[in-house]
Design a protein around this ligand. Structure first.
Ligand code: 5GP
Ligand code: MN
Length: 320
């Protein structure tokens, strides 16, 4: 598959790169590293994302050139769809992007439906960034310092700072190679984790009193409402990482963040410890992800959603 992807890169000249909505470090780092690689080969590459780049990723080299309006599609020969298990994870423009003649999917989700014929999918990879690194190496190309910064950020953030179950040998070896190639771990983590606006802590202060423990302390959750966002003067991206807090409690195996969306639905982020599978829970609600990190969007009253989630957790535990 790596060969088929490098053939496509060799044969074509104008590329579109995109990733899932609600961008994270893996989506952005992977897009930007691939964009740098293509441009270094003398190709034309454009990154389109539906959503704005969260503030803590604006330090990534090239992030200022990302576009949020889909340009006219005629010139594009190939579209790279990164870190997406399904085409519609791209957002509102997914159907139009799907009309680009050649689609290539690079992803590491267990729930990947195989929507592209040319794809690099490895659920054992820590991140899409690790797969981009594999592609660059396989093509015999240099990893520049800019690319190293982007890819290190991708691996760092998708492994939760080298803590989650996807922190395997490949993630650590790749990270070591990226440091050798010019990525600065301290500078990158200061930018990602220590550059928040005060509004983020105000939002956290509003979220902490919502802490709920259920199922004998095995399930912990927090809620972020639209009102809490408005009162704190915060953006949805500022709730990033809140889902890790209930999980920090001893005995909590599943951690959930219920984040209210502007349309009244709830975006659920699920995290788990050890072998507990939250991907299966997210899938019950039409979402997906990884065994230890998954998400979905659910309609309805919060109390009713919570009830359904606990039910899905029980069913999933019974099937395991
Ligand atoms: P997060 O909770 O950080 O948004 O997402 C955790 C993981 O679940 C990520 O790998 C993300 O791609 C996946 N995920 C989050 N929301 C959805 C969703 O609505 N659908 C699917 N298929 N995956 C999701
Ligand atoms: Mn990812």
């Amino acid at each position: 598959m790596l060969r088929r992807i490098s053939e496509r890169i060799g044969r074509h000249r104008i590329f579109l790169i995109t990733a899932h909505e609600r961008l994270d470090g893996d989506a952005l780092g992977s897009e930007l590293a691939l964009c740098h690689m293509l441009r270094n080969l003398g190709k034309e590459a454009t990154i389109y994302n539906q959503d704005r780049t969260p503030g803590n990723y604006l330090f990534l080299p090239g992030s200022d050139q990302i576009v949020h309006e889909l340009p006219p599609l005629d010139p594009f020969e190939v579209a790279f769809i990164l870190d997406c298990s399904e085409l519609d994870r791209v957002g509102e423009e997914s159907a139009r992007i799907g009309t680009i003649p050649n689609l290539v999917n690079i992803d590491h989700h267990v729930s990947n439906g195989g929507f592209c014929d040319v794809r690099l999918i490895d659920p054992q990879a820590s991140s899409t960034g690790e797969l981009i690194f594999r592609l660059v190496r396989d093509m015999g190309l240099a990893v520049t310092a800019e690319m190293a910064t982007c890819l290190y950020t991708a691996i760092l953030t998708d492994t939760g700072g080298f803590r989650y179950g996807n922190t395997r040998r490949g993630a650590l070896l790749t990270a070591a190679d990226l440091v050798a190639g010019g990525a600065d771990p301290q500078w990158i983590s200061e930018n990602v984790y220590e550059a928040d606006p005060p509004a983020r802590l105000r939002l956290l202060a509003a979220a902490l009193p919502t802490l709920t423990l259920e199922e004998g302390g095995r399930v912990g959750s927090l809620v972020v409402t639209q009102k809490a966002l408005a009162d704190a003067g915060a953006l949805p991206e500022h709730a990033e990482g809140f889902v890790d807090l209930p999980r920090s409690i001893r005995g909590v195996e599943i951690s959930i963040l219920y984040a209210e969306l502007p349309d009244g639905r709830f975006k659920l982020s699920l995290r788990s410890k050890g072998k507990v599978n939250v991907e299966r829970v997210a899938r019950t609600f039409g979402g997906g992800g990884h065994i230890n990190a998954a998400g979905c969007r659910v309609e309805g009253e919060l109390s009713e959603i919570r009830r359904r989630v606990i039910e899905a957790i029980r069913t999933s535990a019974a099937e395991a």
